[in-house]
Design a protein around this ligand. Structure first.
Ligand SMILES: [Zn+2]
Ligand SMILES: [Zn+2]
Length: 379
């Protein structure tokens, strides 16, 4: 099986597909799981490239979901290493089925193919479609640089599009007749720069100008900004969202522009589950991997955050590159297709399978995970 998995991982790596268009990757993984005896539902939850693969050893046991991602990034391909996430999830599922077959141990294993992590949020749509309704625990890995670790909190996101509408006029000949929509953007950016001192340290506010004007000799009539705000806390984020909108309105007020705001909730902040994390760390160490203790907060955002608010969930980060190699870089892409990447794929599959076995065989572990989950859900 290991050679097949490595080949699928390398094929996905060589054929990077963007969000919601991961046709080859989803098909290779779904076909592999069908070949291993899973019942596979393709085009799940209304997405062509999502799938739900199911194996039931015997009725009446808990359900463990193992999550696969396989989308790539524009320009830099598999620079987030999702080829390893997808293939290790399929590998863990197959290993679990082989281990459970022939035992009387009741349990249900789901391998969920979740598209579009880098934009679009397949897991958010799967949560909304009720895919996690009967799931007792969810596991996923992500490749990383530096030491392997278990992910703690991730940042919740909220996205905006601000459109300013002014009035065009000759920039040199009759500027007094114009209303400058780029000035409005400048004031907005400056207001947010002032706001940075007064928000908690975990808050991130960043954006770009997607329309800045049409010609240098015309007072810009229409400008557009795309913006993101993030925080570990949904409560903090809600207040930051309001303050960012106030900053945007300041630009409109000062210049006399009309402002249109479109906004969208992004990914929720991930809630780590210490009970499952401890079991995962013990399994990684038993497999010979050096792992940081406890859980380590990340400065990114993931749609696994939404999953962690539905069911007890654990997101491990497995080393494929030395400290300092940035995610979303060409170097990270190379590591995701390297021998280290393949080693991380095997380690990820084994450690997820071991942790799933723990969850299926130790009711007290699952009970602790659930109790912790219910306490932490509202943060
Ligand atoms: Zn990424
Ligand atoms: Zn990623």
């Amino acid at each position: 099986m290991s050679q097949t998995l490595r080949k699928i991982s390398e094929d996905i790596h060589r054929n990077p597909e963007l969000a919601f268009r991961e046709y080859k990757a989803a098909n290779w993984l779904a076909s592999f799981l069908e070949g291993e005896g899973f019942k596979v539902q393709r085009s799940a939850a209304g997405m062509e490239t999502a799938f739900i693969a199911e194996y039931v050893s015997a009725e009446g046991g808990p359900t463990v979901a193992i999550l696969a991602e396989y989308d790539a990034l524009p320009g830099v391909g598999h620079a987030c290493g999702h080829n390893i996430i997808g293939t290790s999830a399929a590998g863990a599922g197959a290993a679990l089925k082989r281990a459970l077959s022939g035992t009387r141990l009741p349990g249900r294993v789901l391998v969920l193919g979740t598209p579009a992590e880098e934009g679009g949020g397949g897991k958010v749509l799967m949560v909304k479609a009720g895919v996690f309704k009967d799931v007792d625990a969810a596991l996923m890995v992500h490749p990383t640089s530096g030491l392997s670790r278990i992910g703690g909190r991730s940042l919740a996101t909220h996205s905006f599009q601000f459109d300013y509408y002014g009035k065009p006029a000759h920039a040199a000949g009759s500027p007094t007749e114009g209303i400058n929509a780029l000035d409005a953007v400048n004031i907005f950016f400056h207001a947010v720069a002032c706001l940075r001192q007064h928000v908690p340290e975990d808050v991130r506010m960043h954006g770009m100008i997607t329309m800045g004007g049409d010609a240098v000799n015309i007072i810009p009539e229409h400008t557009q900004v795309r913006y993101l705000a993030r925080s570990y806390s949904l409560k903090t984020l809600a207040s930051v969202v309001e303050r960012v909108k106030q900053c945007a309105k300041a630009g409109a007020l000062a210049t006399g522009c009309r402002l249109e705001i479109q906004e969208r909730e992004g990914y929720l902040a991930r809630i780590p589950n210490l009970a499952i994390s401890e079991a995962f760390i013990a399994n990684l160490r038993a497999l010979g991997e050096e792992v940081l203790p406890g859980v380590v907060d990340g400065k990114g955002s993931t749609d696994f955050g939404d999953v962690s608010r539905e069911v007890p969930a654990c997101n491990a980060y497995i080393r494929i590159a030395p400290e300092g190699v940035a995610g979303h870089s060409r170097e990270f892409c190379e590591a995701a297709g390297s021998a280290e990447g393949a080693a991380a794929l095997y380690l990820s599959a084994k450690s997820m399978a071991f942790t799933a076995i723990d969850l299926l065989t130790a009711p007290e572990l699952l009970a602790r995970a659930k109790e912790e989950f219910l306490k932490g859900r509202d943060s």
